[in-house]
Unconditional design. Structure first.
Length: 414
């Protein structure tokens, strides 16, 4: 029978797996349609009102795709809508935000060395910021509706830089970059839900009623789809950043996040130019390499206080309960002897310069604060130490399990 910590871990695994699947589906279809749209050819054999066509081969067969820039003369009998990939990505992503960062706020969302917040305050800031993201972006699109789209993208970049800085002033470094990814991803789904799908429904309704659809709806939808195309890669980077302290736990994490958006633009520009058969702007790869080198250099700045915040901060209720549980002294000795050579502010392991995942396990307070992860990683599983390099004994793993369960806690706050 699973205890609460194991059950909760499997819930997170299932939700994360589902989220990754939906992300693949959405990004895959998005990249495909952008590439298809840019690669359309005008041929003499195109039917009336058709904008372009493309022949493709895949899976042992040939596909003949034609695009109508506004709409065909009549409503097709079968029409496939692409929307659930986006919606499912947002819903599963938000579920992960709740499971990991809201219900585990004291461990992952709040860093008292950055900002002393109550859990409800941190969650409220998180939710309000996501809503603000859509409102700010949509307002910019309306203000710059007739302007050069480069101007609009620059205005959006200013907002993203501002939010990068803001998040690092209120949340832990890990949560700050994750939230910036959620902020941007929410904008992308907002484009689908509030703009692209409603505009397509207007066009479909006009076709069914025998009216000629207004071209503006398709143009607006394409504009938002293009924005999503350029924002996709930075969102993926930010969502993965929580695994790498060199990204989220440095003094310049907000600058790193800002530069990632520029890398997304340079990379996608090369692919979009190739798909449009307008050349191969190889300078974009030089620019990308330069931006990546700048990010790597910035990451070597002194790690922020997040890594040792657990030791300096007041312990949570759950951590206090784990610290008072029978066997804690034995576990402290085990962890300090088997884990602290790597999980230290200054790791003693040769070639390691920062604690893995930003987790420091040098003091009793830090060990108590990381009780759940120690239990899952080194107690009931053999994930840590990697390859059992420090030769942790079976009875030591059993001691960790008994200590954790003795505290009577198994949830996300453990």
């Amino acid at each position: 029978m699973y205890d609460a910590a194991v059950l909760w871990e499997w819930i997170e695994i299932a939700m994360r797996w589902t989220h990754v699947i939906t992300v693949i589906a959405w990004i895959g279809s998005s990249f495909y349609f952008v590439a298809l749209d840019l690669g359309l050819r005008k041929t003499p054999s195109l039917p009336p009102l058709a904008h372009g066509e493309e022949w493709q081969v895949h899976g042992g067969g040939f596909y003949h795709v034609q695009k109508y820039l506004v709409a065909p003369a009549m409503m097709p009998e079968h029409l496939t809508w692409f929307k659930w990939e986006s919606y499912a990505t947002f819903l599963t992503g938000f579920a992960m935000l709740v499971l990991v960062y809201y219900l585990g706020a004291e461990l992952y969302l709040i860093d008292p060395t950055v900002q002393e917040l109550e859990v409800w305050q941190a969650v409220a800031i998180s939710l309000a910021s996501l809503a603000f993201g859509w409102i700010a972006y949509n307002t910019l699109c309306r203000v710059f509706v007739t302007a050069d789209q480069t101007v609009l993208m620059l205005a959006l970049f200013v907002v993203l830089v501002g939010m990068s800085w803001f998040y690092t002033q209120v949340f832990s470094g890990r949560a700050a970059l994750l939230h910036l990814g959620a902020f941007t991803g929410s904008i992308m789904t907002g484009n689908v839900f509030f703009i692209i799908m409603p505009n397509q429904r207007v066009v479909v309704a006009d076709l069914k009623a025998g009216r000629k659809p207004d071209p503006k709806y398709g143009k607006i939808a394409k504009q938002r789809s293009t924005h999503n195309n350029y924002l996709t890669l930075p969102v993926l980077f930010l969502m993965l950043s929580n695994h790498y302290p060199l990204v989220f736990a440095t003094e310049y994490n907000w600058v790193i996040a800002s530069l990632v958006f520029l890398m997304g633009v340079t990379i996608r520009h090369w692919f979009n130019a190739r798909h449009a058969r307008s050349g191969s702007p190889y300078w974009t790869w030089a620019a990308t390499a330069g931006l990546f080198a700048a990010i790597a250099w910035l990451s070597t700045a002194k790690l922020s206080g997040e890594a040792d915040a657990a030791g300096a901060a007041e312990l949570s209720r759950a951590a206090l309960q784990h610290a008072a549980a029978p066997g804690f002294a034995d576990v402290v000795a085990i962890v300090q002897g088997r884990c602290a050579m790597c999980h230290a502010a200054e790791p003693a392991w040769d070639g390691m310069y920062w604690p893995p995942k930003g987790v420091v396990l040098e003091t009793e307070a830090q060990i108590a604060a990381e009780a759940r992860r120690i239990y899952l990683q080194a107690g009931i599983s053999h994930a840590m130490p990697p390859g059992n390099l420090s030769y942790i004994e079976p009875q030591e793993r059993l001691a960790i399990v008994r200590w954790f369960r003795a505290a009577g806690l198994g949830g996300v706050d453990g």
